[in-house]
Write a protein that binds this ligand. Structure first.
Ligand code: UDX
Length: 468
């Protein structure tokens, strides 16, 4: 591809690493910087530290050619046309985003700028961060003409980050002048022109050469707000359907019927209406809190977001109570748990509702046998093996002799479990499903006592439900 730029990506976490691999995939030369020497060494040796679809393929395709990993930010900046900042912005004690990593990186970049550079905020940051980065660069002696700061928020979901990057709904660029806009347009041109999608090795997804993604240009502050507002809105959608699910539970109605009914309204849309145990992960909890903080700083009360958080916290407690009422008492019970990651398809346990629920079970005196296809190693750091805790290596080992099975992440392989074998292996055929993975009628037919979220137990009128 003819649009080659040299890009430095600072940070090799989920966002940084996926972005680095994808920029190389669309034809750029990428230098990915991290201050963790061990990680850089591992990446240069071909290791892949996170569980992400297509990432190993892309890294092995482009390593020793277009992607390299280094600890030397100074050298990377000197060579780059654009420097993408993709370091963490964790939540601080007061709810706002802790921008100390961004600050440190910006100061170091300032000392390395030797010609015109576009500095790109990729991490999720509060509105006005671009102005802070600009100020930091200027304070460190970089002249105004030598750089521009651009906001280019990512909308990647963990697990499907590569596909989301290469087949985006939209690419958002917050930019204040034509010079920087040109650099950004050139970087994304392989996607926006559709050229990438006709390559034989292109990662498959929703975009095609004739249906490429749009690039939206707006002010930097608008781009920063777009990111926070998107995540807050999606979190609100999940809390909304969870609140509806609780009403459905009380009214004996199946929430999936309601979600389908409302989701077909184009103004609402069908996605992010899956009821469950609440949202987790490294983005939604942190970004909802940070957006509330931003609003407050600007003199606005965004109480709706407090309610979104409240519903989300309650949802875990309600599900825990559901487990308790299914088993009457939890002390001394042996429970199998499927899922520790904050959702299926990832090894990430940050802010995982699954982890919190397991901790509640342990506090109540249950013994648990935990299974997750990818997150067990990470989970062991917070829930170590011990008298109450065992880790299983497969689903059937986890359920052996258990009083019940509790499902906490929506891994596809859980939904594909052999239900007959599951029933035979469990001590009691009780399944309490926080992710609504199974059809309640099928579970009843298979001989399970089955509880899920916002879907009534189909004891009465089962036949009628089935024939519908
Ligand atoms: C999210 C955003 O989707 C992404 O655009 C942003 O860049 C980062 O944050 P991610 O955290 O990877 O991505 O996960 P996502 O798939 O959005 O799910 C977030 C949480 O919501 C998970 O815990 C998931 O289980 C839960 N969820 C999602 C629901 O409970 N119901 C739904 O319908 C959808």
């Amino acid at each position: 591809m003819k649009h080659q730029a040299t890009i430095a990506v600072v940070g090799s976490g989920y966002v940084g690493l996926v972005s680095a691999a994808c920029f190389a995939e669309i034809g750029h030369r990428v230098i990915c910087v991290d201050n963790d020497e061990e990680k850089v060494h591992m990446l240069n040796a071909g290791g892949v530290p996170i569980h992400e679809e297509y990432l190993p393929e892309l890294l092995s395709r482009h390593q020793n050619g277009s992607v390299e990993f280094t600890t030397k930010l100074h050298e990377a900046t000197a060579q780059a046309d654009a420097v993408f900042i993709a370091v963490g912005t964790p939540q601080s004690d007061t709810g706002d985003a802790d921008l100390s990593y961004v600050d440190a990186v910006a100061s170091e970049i300032a000392r390395s700028v030797d010609g015109y550079k576009v500095i790109v905020e990729k991490s999720t940051v509060p509105v006005y961060t671009n102005e802070w980065i600009t100020r930091i660069l200027e304070r460190n002696g970089t002249s105004k003409e030598a750089f521009d700061v651009v906001s280019n928020p990512e909308f990647l979901r963990e697990g499907t980050g590569v596909t989301d990057f290469l087949h985006p709904n939209r690419i958002v660029i917050g930019v204040e002048n034509e010079r920087a806009a040109k650099v950004m347009r050139r970087i994304y041109e392989p996607l926006t022109s559709g050229e990438y999608y006709s390559l034989p090795h292109a990662v498959p997804g929703g975009r095609t050469a004739s249906n490429p993604p749009p690039l939206l240009e707006m002010s930097t502050k608008a781009a920063e707000l777009t990111k926070h507002a998107t995540n807050a809105f999606l979190a609100m959608k999940i809390s909304f359907i969870n609140a509806v699910a609780n009403i459905c539970d009380a009214a004996g109605v199946n929430v999936e019927e309601v979600a389908k009914g409302i989701g077909m309204d184009e103004r609402i849309g069908p996605k992010f209406l899956r009821a469950g145990i609440g949202y987790g992960g490294s983005c939604f909890p942190k970004d909802v809190a940070a957006f509330r903080w931003v609003a407050e700083q600007l003199g606005q009360q965004f109480d709706l977001l407090a309610e979104v958080e409240k519903i989300n916290n309650q949802q875990k407690k309600l599900f825990f109570r559901k487990i308790r009422s299914a088993l009457w008492t939890l002390r001394g019970k042996d429970l199998a748990v499927f899922g520790l990651a904050f959702k299926g398809g990832t090894d990430d346990i940050r802010e995982s509702p699954a982890i919190e629920i397991v901790q509640m079970l342990l506090k109540e005196g249950s013994r648990v046998t935990l299974f997750d296809p990818a997150a067990s190693e990470r989970a062991k750091a917070v829930i170590p093996e011990g008298p109450q805790v065992r880790y299983a290596t497969d689903m059937y080992e986890a359920v052996r002799d258990a009083h019940a099975l509790v499902i906490l992440s929506d891994w596809q392989e859980f939904a594909a479990v052999d239900l007959d074998r599951l029933r035979q292996t469990l001590r009691h055929p009780i399944v309490i499903d926080g992710r609504n993975l199974f059809d309640p009628v099928l579970m009843l037919d298979k001989g399970f006592t089955y509880f899920s979220v916002g879907r009534p137990y189909p004891a009465v009128g089962t036949k009628a439900l089935k024939d519908r």
